[in-house]
Design a protein around this ligand. Structure first.
Ligand code: WTA
Length: 645
């Protein structure tokens, strides 16, 4: 098929996209025959999801255990603060662990953990259940109660799952802070949640080095008055100063505790966790997810989309610091009762075949990763996967950013032997669960995440909230509530309403742009707001600008995303220096890069810093990033009438 040019008008911004993909990939008949959800059941589910939303999600909720059944499937009375399974009582940890202990899953491997140095550890459901109980008892003895906030600042090691589940069991609200974030980012999250407890590790392995994570906690603790206790996991064999009486070893605390704990009964809408994510303001937003609807949503979507079988080994290569790790490394796989792989280290350590080694070693059946990872591995070449037996793989998945057809096809051919469908899943921290994704029975087009899942009402609309014709670009919205939706922004219900529900009445605004083709396939084109996706990680341009202007020589800064062949997008920063600053540009660029790294952590990849005398602004002084971006990419500048000069 010839390339089709797609364009659309979004306010002043023209959306242009080149869809060069006309290929359609059909699943193998055997895959379809064995699928958890047959094609007929899929069609039936799509129909029910449209005609009887509540009935559809009621059936899904029956797959979980409840201490008390809900009174109403979906309470819309206080919209947009929707309450799923209102009146119901449950606990996500009960569904992830306790209920399995009474079945054949008791002795099944829950987590396969691989350390960066290649060591392996297997925890059965019973092991994990006991560990989570012990940790819940630790929390109790440290005075943590239902509703208290606990910050978890850990990398992918078994203790992070134990900590999350222990918090859930006691009803404490956890907030995981990505171990790649800085002390400053950590402090900001501690203070915003007013956390009473922080759990961290003395050190862990990353790319052959020991990262002394506790040092960042020490730094953050100088201005974190709410924290009473820091629990430290001992991992790297390093000297660790345990400082004042607030620091306690995880293993000492666990040793003394009982492995019995009565999981606390939570309301379906009691918060389970807060996860901070970047948006269009300078401060990260605290997305809140709850025990009930969230559990129902991730269980249903994981089972259907990744077709989970009792014997499967599922590997989601995400870090637990992001929502993907929450929903599909820990909670989802455990609720479903599968075996989940958790890897501590760098995906390229000690060489570019690490992922293929892990797949071979454990016989992984389903691999879920990001387009950036695929593109990086693609660059190293197909000789690496060829050296390994990847024949156990049945399904491949991707998430976090749009996948280019070239990477899709490389993944399909070289990793999936042209037999494993590439399941592209579109969703967000806010949605909690997959929203747009195929099941293994569907036909696929490389680069499209297929269609909304049954019971999910994602659509693409124009600037007035109306239907857009196929091929035209528009805003991504969700027209009906879904169970794993965020329930609010922590301490900021007004922002929740404003950011997500005010642009189009009655519709959730995702902040993405997309187009639909004549077959109803959705093609995501990127963000419509000031959020970057660097290697799939969400970074707010304003956060980057705030970090840059925090440097003593900087007067003003503007950050834009520029396309990157491997990482999807990276940052470019325009800087106006303070008057009188005279410094060698190269050394200043390095200094500023190091400064951003210190403030925000290594996730912000900066392509270039350019010094300017002025920046394009609106009459009221707002920097017009859109203009900078258009100039940078050689596009039309759009409507510049609000420009000052
Ligand atoms: C982007 C990650 C295209 C999108 C789970 C969304 C995607 C943001 C896809 C959320 C995909 C995620 N295709 N774009 N399959 N998946 N995105 O909150 O822009 O870190 O709004 O959640 O990632 O990022 P977040």
């Amino acid at each position: 098929m010839k390339p089709t040019k797609v364009s659309g008008q979004l306010e002043n911004e023209a959306i242009e996209a080149m869809l060069v993909e006309g290929r359609v990939f059909r699943p193998r008949p055997q895959l379809v025959a064995d699928a958890v959800l047959s094609p007929d059941e899929y069609e039936e589910a799509v129909k029910q999801g449209r005609s009887d939303l509540e009935g559809f999600w009621e059936k899904a909720a029956e797959e979980l255990d409840w201490f008390k059944k809900w009174d109403t499937v979906l309470d819309r009375s206080d919209a947009p603060f929707f309450k799923w399974y209102a009146g119901g009582k449950t606990n996500i940890a009960y569904n992830a662990l306790d209920r399995h202990i009474k079945t054949h899953r008791k002795n099944k491997v829950a987590i396969i953990f691989e350390s960066e140095s290649g060591g392996r550890e297997r925890m059965t459901y019973y092991d994990l259940y006991r560990a989570a109980n012990k940790f819940a008892n630790v929390l109790k003895s440290l005075g943590i109660r239902k509703g208290d906030r606990v910050i978890i600042y850990l990398p992918n090691i078994p203790e992070i799952a134990i900590a999350m589940l222990g918090c859930a069991k006691i009803g404490a609200i956890h907030s995981v802070v990505y171990a790649g974030f800085s002390a400053l980012a950590l402090r900001e999250r501690i203070n915003h949640t007013e956390a009473r407890l922080v759990i961290t590790v003395n050190g862990f392995h990353r790319n052959g080095e020991v990262i002394k994570l506790k040092e960042a906690v020490d730094e953050a603790m100088t201005a974190s008055p709410t924290v009473e206790t820091v629990v430290v996991v001992r991992r790297a064999g390093i000297e660790t100063d345990m400082g004042d009486g607030r620091y306690l070893w995880f293993h000492d605390l666990m040793d003394g505790e009982s492995a019995e704990f009565k999981t606390v009964e939570m309301d379906a809408n009691d918060p389970l966790y807060i996860l901070y994510t970047s948006g269009t303001t300078g401060k990260p937003k605290g997305v809140v997810h709850c025990h009930g609807g969230y559990g129902v949503g991730i269980n249903r979507t994981l089972k259907w989309v990744f077709d989970i079988k009792e014997t499967d080994i599922f590997w989601c290569a995400a870090d637990l610091g992001w929502v993907t790790g929450h929903s599909y490394v820990v909670y989802g796989p455990l609720i479903v009762g599968t075996t989940t792989v958790m890897y501590e280290g760098h995906l390229l350590f000690p060489g570019p075949d690490r992922m293929w080694r892990i797949i071979e070693k454990y016989g992984v059946n389903i691999l879920y990763t990001t387009p950036t990872t695929i593109r990086i591995l693609m660059r190293f070449g197909a000789q690496y996967p060829k050296k390994h037996d990847l024949s156990t793989l049945r399904l491949l998945g991707t998430v976090g950013e749009p996948i280019n057809p070239e990477a899709w096809v490389w993944y399909y051919e070289n990793i999936g032997r042209q037999e494993c469908p590439v399941i592209d899943t579109w969703w967000q921290t806010e949605t909690g669960m997959f929203m747009v994704a195929p099941t293994p029975c569907n036909e696929l087009k490389p680069g499209s995440a297929f269609k909304p899942l049954p019971g999910v009402h994602v659509d693409v609309v124009d600037a007035n909230g109306d239907y857009v014709d196929p091929g035209k670009g528009g805003h991504v919205v969700v027209k009906e509530p879904w169970p794993a939706m965020l329930t609010t922004l922590y301490k900021d219900p007004e922002k929740y309403k404003e950011i997500y529900w005010s642009k189009f009445p009655g519709m959730y605004l995702a902040g993405d742009i997309a187009t639909k083709d004549t077959d109803g396939f959705i093609w995501f084109l990127g963000r419509s707001d000031d959020v970057l996706k660097i290697a799939g990680h969400r970074i707010g341009t304003i956060e980057v600008e705030k970090a840059v202007t925090g440097h003593k020589h900087v007067a003003e800064a503007a950050c834009i995303g520029v396309p990157d062949k491997v990482r999807g997008e990276v940052a470019k920063i325009f800087v106006i220096l303070k008057k009188g600053v005279e410094k060698d540009e190269d050394s200043l660029v390095n200094e500023l890069k190091a400064h951003v790294r210190k403030v925000l952590g290594p996730v912000v990849l900066i392509r270039e810093i350019e010094f300017k005398d002025k920046l394009p602004k609106t009459r009221c002084g707002k920097i017009m990033r859109r203009v900078l971006k258009a100039r940078e990419l050689g596009l039309k500048e759009g409507d510049l009438s609000t420009l000052e000069d």
